[in-house]
Design a protein around this ligand. Structure first.
Ligand SMILES: N[C@H](CCC[C@H](N)C(=O)O)C(=O)O
Length: 276
């Protein structure tokens, strides 16, 4: 499945037995377009004792993340269409907390747009694992090639560093993104977002994801970016985020919750033959 081109291999443990391998290895193999299938990572859809369904997400490098916005919308679509849940509104457990899904049901009974209530984000270096000292409120300064860049730190289940740029330039994202992602002040690494404010209701967005690199879209990154920009007064409380793969609608509720609405697409289903 994919959401705005951010694709993962989804395995439901409700009806599939996982091969007897480490999940990090499984994610690395299935994500490899030459030796596996090709994706930004692996997502497990599994039973939960504290929510209607559970999700675990592994990046292409095998690292496990706390949450995944695009993944949550695809999990919600799968859970609804495969009758893992009975209602169109239900809860999903992630390592980063429990979120609420709301599935738009189309006339044909399939899932349309999906809204995930991502909860209230936390802000600033104290909300993540950070070992540096170059901070200013929510912001953390990272030096790359002798230039100091300021970014807002947001924890929306997983960690993000959001920097405002005049123009989201691909070369800049690919050059600066990995150096921030793996800077020593972030022992657990971090997702890196580059945003350009077009007007109070629209931003351009690019991402260098922790563990997957440049992806077409990052749902948690879009949520983190809008939350950070609202705090700075740069945008209103309803923003269209223009990502490489398409648009997400992000809204902050009166009580500070971040709501993300967007697509989820099923590409194929079948059996993966683990190498002997
Ligand atoms: N790379 C992220 C996980 C995937 C997030 C992204 N694909 C999304 O849609 O939120 C991390 O290590 O926290």
């Amino acid at each position: 499945m994919h959401a705005l081109g951010n694709n993962y291999i989804y395995v439901s443990t409700f009806d599939t037995k996982l091969p007897n391998v480490g999940l990090a290895d499984l994610s690395r193999v299935v994500s490899d377009v030459r030796h596996g299938i090709g994706a930004d990572g692996l997502i497990l859809i599994q039973p939960s004792t504290v929510a209607d369904v559970g999700m675990r997400i592994f990046n292409a490098d095998g690292s496990e993340a706390e949450s995944c916005g695009n993944g949550l919308r695809c999990v919600a679509k799968y859970a609804y269409e495969n009758r893992l849940v009975v209602e169109s509104q239900f809860s999903i457990e992630t390592k980063g907390g429990i979120v609420q899904a709301n599935v738009q049901v189309l006339p044909n009974g399939l899932a349309g747009m999906i809204t995930i209530d991502m909860g209230v984000p936390k802000f600033g270096p104290e909300s993540i694992v950070y070992t540096g000292h170059d901070t200013d409120g929510d912001d953390v300064v990272i030096e790359v090639d002798g230039i100091r860049y300021v970014g807002s730190v947001v924890n929306i289940g997983n960690p993000h560093w959001v920097t405002v740029v005049d123009d989201v330039d691909d070369e800049f994202v690919r050059r600066v993104g990995p150096k921030v992602e793996s800077d020593e002040v972030f022992p657990e690494r971090i997702n890196v977002e580059f945003v350009s404010v077009l007007n109070p209701k629209e931003i351009d967005f690019r991402v260098y994801e922790r563990g997957s690199g440049v992806t077409f879209a990052c749902g948690t990154g879009a949520c983190a970016s809008v939350a950070a920009l609202i705090r700075k007064g740069f945008v209103g409380d309803r923003v269209t985020v223009h990502l490489l793969g398409g648009d997400l609608e992000i809204e902050q509720s009166k009580d500070g919750r971040i709501l993300m609405t967007g697509e989820a697409v099923t590409v194929a289903d079948g059996n993966f033959h683990w190498p002997a």
